[in-house]
Ligand binder design. Structure first.
Ligand code: UD1
Ligand code: UDP
Length: 358
């Protein structure tokens, strides 16, 4: 069997590391080729994850870089097609919902190559999110849809996707966390950032709806106000850094802005946080697994399982709601819910079982 894995962004590496590792172990005589599209390219958005997660060096680097959606997607397709001609895979595996996912899906389907989609069936029902179109296209064309939560099957069923294509295997992003949990817990990143476990808010923000427009300035002002009550640690995504600089909002009194962090250091900060404020998809899940209160600065989430678990609260796309976090934390009962079903560190093994028996 010949398998090609296509990754391109920070969350992709984290979701695919266990899938690649388990399939390589399970099918040692098969060809396993990794394509890195280069959608993310800064060391702290890419290389550091491959190293920390033990992903083998990619066989093909497409180096597409940043561009508009159309140019980035088209460039990826253009550079991927000759690679797939050379690799002749029996199966292409793509994770998530980024532009690399969309480009890989369209390229594979046009070439008649079967596709597997990891993290299938998520829907925000918000077509203004670039990710929503990417997810829908990947799910529409995939022959293998690997889901991580019960809601996903309902979404796919409602779209008429044949159920025999859907496999509820669990959460491969949580596989990575479980595999590295001892090292995460030993990392002590809070001390390195000069904060006390349980007492700080960890922040990440990068969605265009929040950071590409007028809400960004007020968000930074609200974070500065929050930091007067609780220390705020804010590793800034490059998109957000760029927008803050062009909006003149990169300096806020009392607010420490730091570079994006590697996986172990970042997860150590999540595990020890008093709360997390984010608009990230993956971080809503990691806080749910770790039982850390998460406040999501969005109107919706494609991950309702995290709300159901009791760890995640939707604040709305409303910077003023940041001011409600200290009171909401004071009201919490301190109970720690169980992780959702099949968020147990073995999702990639279940996925590999399906692929190996296909
Ligand atoms: C992308 C995904 C988003 C995902 C996020 C994870 C799409 C449409 N969006 O958003 O779903 O949640 O990744 O982090 O695929 N940049 C750098 N260095 C890098 C990468 C990006 O400086 O290594 C800057 C560039 O200015 C670039 C901007 O960030 O224009 C946005 O990058 P892009 O990959 O287009 O989108 P993200 O916001 O990262
Ligand atoms: N992450 C990280 N360092 C950071 C911020 C995030 O390692 O400074 C990890 C985070 O724990 C999660 C993944 O990156 O595993 C999520 O990526 P991101 O928020 O960029 O993307 P999304 O999940 O929103 O698509």
């Amino acid at each position: 069997m010949r398998i090609t894995y296509i990754v391109g962004t920070r969350p992709n590496f984290i979701k695919m590391a266990p899938v690649i590792a388990v399939l390589r172990g399970r099918l040692p005589d098969s060809r396993h080729a990794i394509v890195h599209t280069g959608q993310h390219y800064d060391r702290l958005m890419s290389e550091v994850f491959l190293e920390e997660l033990g992903v083998p060096a990619p066989d093909h680097m497409l180096e597409v870089g940043s561009a508009s959606h159309a140019v980035q997607t088209a460039r990826t397709m253009e550079r991927l097609e000759p690679v797939l001609i050379e690799e002749r895979p029996d199966l292409v595996i793509v994770p998530g919902d980024v532009n690399s996912t969309l480009a890989a899906t369209l390229t594979a389907v046009k070439m008649g190559i079967p596709l597997a989609h990891v993290e299938s069936g998520l829907r925000s029902f918000d077509m203004t999110m670039p990710e929503e179109a990417n997810r829908i296209v990947a799910d529409r064309f995939a022959e293998y849809l690997f889901t991580h939560s019960e809601e996903a099957l309902g979404n796919l069923r409602a779209e008429g996707i044949p159920e025999e294509r859907v496999h509820f295997v669990g959460n491969t992003m949580i596989d990575t966390l479980v595999a590295l949990e001892d090292r995460i817990r030993a990392a002590g990143a809070a001390a390195a950032q000069g904060v006390t476990p349980g007492e700080y808010v960890l922040v990440t923000l990068h969605r265009p709806a929040l950071v590409d427009g007028p809400l960004l300035g007020e968000t930074v002002a609200q974070l500065a106000a929050l930091s007067e009550q609780m220390p705020v640690v804010f590793p800034v995504h490059p998109r957000t850094r760029k927008m803050m600089e062009s909006a003149g909002a990169a300096q806020a009194p009392g607010l420490a802005l730091i570079e994006p962090l590697g996986y172990l250091e970042f997860l150590s900060l999540v595990a020890d946080a008093g709360a997390v404020l984010t608009d990230s998809g993956g971080i809503q899940e990691e806080t749910t697994y770790l039982g850390i209160p998460c406040f999501t600065l969005r109107d919706n989430t494609e991950r309702p399982v995290t709300i159901r678990a009791g760890t995640n609260t939707l604040l709305g796309l409303d910077p003023a709601a940041i001011g409600t976090i200290p009171a909401a934390l004071a009201d919490r009962d301190g109970s720690s819910p169980e992780p959702p079903p099949l968020w147990d560190g073995h999702a990639a093994e279940r996925l590999a079982e399906v692929v190996a028996n296909s």
